[in-house]
Ligand binder design. Structure first.
Ligand code: G6P
Length: 613
């Protein structure tokens, strides 16, 4: 959710933090703020709206100083406005704090602090934490580091925080629990951020804070780590593999469009070193040590949220068809709040682009506590989920900045395809002939995605026709049902058109009532096992004068005869159709959103990293 950037060094802090906040804006973008310390003064600048508003606001102000903290917010407690924006100052105006997460017991703490004379300006839980730190510091007359540590022992909930002091120009204090925080180590300077994207252009050396750790970043004393229980820790410095170009738009108008167009390469990158046609094999190195667990699993449970949950449903069809292991796909948020029947014979696959989604992380911890083996499918290397799992496979899609997930989805489906093939091969549930054929087909997917991207002009034309529809329906059957769900999600996320994804046959049990002359229905009608059934569903829509836009296999004649528009995609095995049928739906949503004047990369109310429950 919210993004944090902090700097201490010899350079001007404000421009570094501002640029970092722009890189992190996909995490939250309803307000932002920066505090800088200079000559015993602590100046806090805050503004509702995007980081650009903050930039405009400070244009005529003195923002100089070489130590500072910044924040871009996704509101939880208190509406987005200047006052609720972070950083939050202490009552005595000596300290300021930025925070990502939720302090669950803030109301009780606030009451206590009020009885001790504290007054609050904002509605946030964060300001309460700031005052608690201040209270402990003055009561105990201790260092700020100790006061922060003790305060964190009193709060419940999730946090990544950075604290700055007016009186100490040589220390930033950072801590985390359930919300990520990365420290970048430069030459005579330190950076701190919610993820590595603001840091990568300055240094490749990073330390990922672990849960319950608190750090002091000082030019004089270096980087010191402790647990919040006061145990010394040794920082583990890692090298970042991220490339700066991956964080730029590279000539595209939006990150989302760039990421859609990156898919031939990201799918290829995901398969690299894992699929070999010459050796006729698939190998996922990250799960080899747990391969037997997977092969012998009585059941696989997939936990995920949002788009990753849709990838999980595609995975269900793939694994059940190719490896004959029963699969259940669960919303992580539902799974964790019931009492799921799960034990050491179960394997849980947790899918997450960011690797930070709070509900998915909590679902993992629950399943782990019951003895299940946890396999991760994550995009962000070193993320909390990738570290919480027993084993896993990275998707290698590269940083995804657009809030609506595109290349991460196809990369997740690629990993699941590889996994299903590997398991099917091991279990002997696929014939040698089918295995080899599927390998060739999967290897060809990047070229096929490339060719689908060439239909962009036609998709723009269709977008122009349906851009003003208030509703849209997406239909698919079998493995293409989750493609329909994902198509609908993309449209509603970025264009704010109400859209529903449905299994095509279910349409007659409800959504058919919505169909009229205006309503577009997008149907995945490729030539697979359920083709004829889908054609009948299209007839049902047409009989009610609905508009049908169908994704069909190249050369299709039947659907062409009845649909209003068809988008042709190349033939591939039924199992891999989702990898290519998704592409036109992504493009369609993108163009409709642009035509409606929506902010494609930062749709309203959404965040890319959902680190609160
Ligand atoms: C948010 C994002 C979605 C994403 C979902 C799950 O809602 O906006 O794009 O699919 O979280 O995130 P994850 O990082 O766990 O895949």
């Amino acid at each position: 959710m919210c993004g944090i950037v902090a700097y201490i060094g010899k350079q001007e802090a404000f421009p570094i933090i501002l640029k970092g906040l722009k890189r992190l804006e996909y995490r939250g973008y309803d307000s932002s703020g920066i505090a800088v310390q200079k000559d015993g003064e602590l100046n806090i600048f805050k503004k509702q709206g995007k980081v650009a508003e903050l930039e405009a606001y400070v244009a005529d102000k003195d923002t100089s100083g070489t130590i500072g903290i910044g924040h871009t917010r996704w509101a939880t407690h208190g509406e987005p406005n200047d006052v609720n924006a972070h950083p939050h100052g202490s009552g005595n105006e000596k300290f300021a704090l930025v925070h990502n997460g939720i302090i669950e017991n803030y109301a009780i703490l606030k009451e206590e602090l009020i009885t001790r004379g504290h007054t609050f300006k904002s509605d946030t839980d964060t300001e309460v934490l700031m005052h608690l730190i201040e209270e402990i510091k003055s009561q105990q007359d201790c260092s700020l580091f100790r006061a922060v540590r003790l305060a964190l022992n009193e709060v419940h909930g999730a946090y990544a925080i950075v604290v700055i002091s007016k009186d100490n120009p040589d220390e930033l204090i950072a801590a985390r629990k359930s919300s990520p925080l990365v420290i970048g180590i430069g030459k005579n300077e330190y950076f701190c951020a919610s993820d590595a994207t603001p840091i990568v252009e300055f240094t490749k050396n990073v330390v990922y804070l672990e849960d319950g750790e608190i750090a002091s970043l000082s030019l004089k004393d270096g980087l010191k780590l402790k647990t919040i229980e006061n145990q010394e820790k040794t920082p583990y410095i890692q090298e970042l593999e991220m490339k700066l170009e991956a964080l730029e738009k590279g000539g595209y108008e939006h990150f989302m469009l760039k990421e859609i167009y990156e898919q031939p390469r990201s799918i290829q990158d995901c398969m690299r070193g894992r699929l070999s046609l010459s050796e006729n094999m698939v190998s996922l190195g990250g799960i080899l040590n747990y391969k037997d667990k997977l092969v012998n699993a009585k059941r696989i449970i997939v936990v995920a949220c949002g788009t990753s949950w849709h990838a999980g449903i595609v995975g269900e069809y793939l694994i059940e068809e190719l490896a004959r292991i029963p699969v259940e796909v669960e919303y992580a948020s539902e799974f964790r709040y019931r009492n799921p029947v799960i034990d050491e014979n179960d394997v849980v696959i947790a899918i997450s682009q960011s690797g930070e989604t709070a509900d998915t992380l909590a679902a993992i911890e629950l399943a782990k506590s019951r003895g299940a083996t946890i396999v991760g499918i994550c995009n962000v290397v070193g993320s909390s989920i990738s570290r919480a799992t027993h084993c896993g496979s990275y998707t290698h899609a590269g940083p995804e900045i657009g809030v609506a997930s595109t290349k991460a989805f196809t990369a997740q489906v690629t990993v699941l395809s590889l996994m299903a093939l590997m398991l099917g091969r091991e279990k002997g549930t696929i014939s040698d002939e089918r295995f080899s054929r599927l390998l060739i087909d999967l290897d060809n997917i990047p070229h096929k995605v490339e060719s689908v991207l060439k239909t962009d002009a036609q998709i723009q034309h269709i977008a122009e026709i349906y851009k003003d529809s208030p509703n849209a329906l997406y239909l698919g059957r079998g493995i293409n049902f989750p493609v329909a769900l994902e198509g609908a999600l993309k449209l509603k996320e970025i264009s704010y058109i109400h859209a529903e994804g449905y299994p095509a046959a279910e349409m007659k049990h409800g959504p058919i009532a919505l169909i009229d002359e205006e309503m577009p229905t997008f149907v995945i009608a490729t030539q697979d096992a359920s083709y004829e059934k889908v054609v009948s569903n299209i007839q049902e829509v047409k009989a009610r004068k609905g508009k049908v836009i169908a994704i069909v296999t190249k050369g299709d004649k039947d659907v062409k005869g009845i649909a209003d528009h068809v988008i042709e995609i190349p033939k591939t095995d039924d199992m891999f159709v989702p990898l290519i049928a998704t592409i036109p739906l992504q493009l369609l949503s993108y163009h409709i959103a642009v035509m409606r004047g929506c902010n494609v990369d930062q749709p309203r109310n959404l965040s890319k990293h959902v680190t609160v429950e």
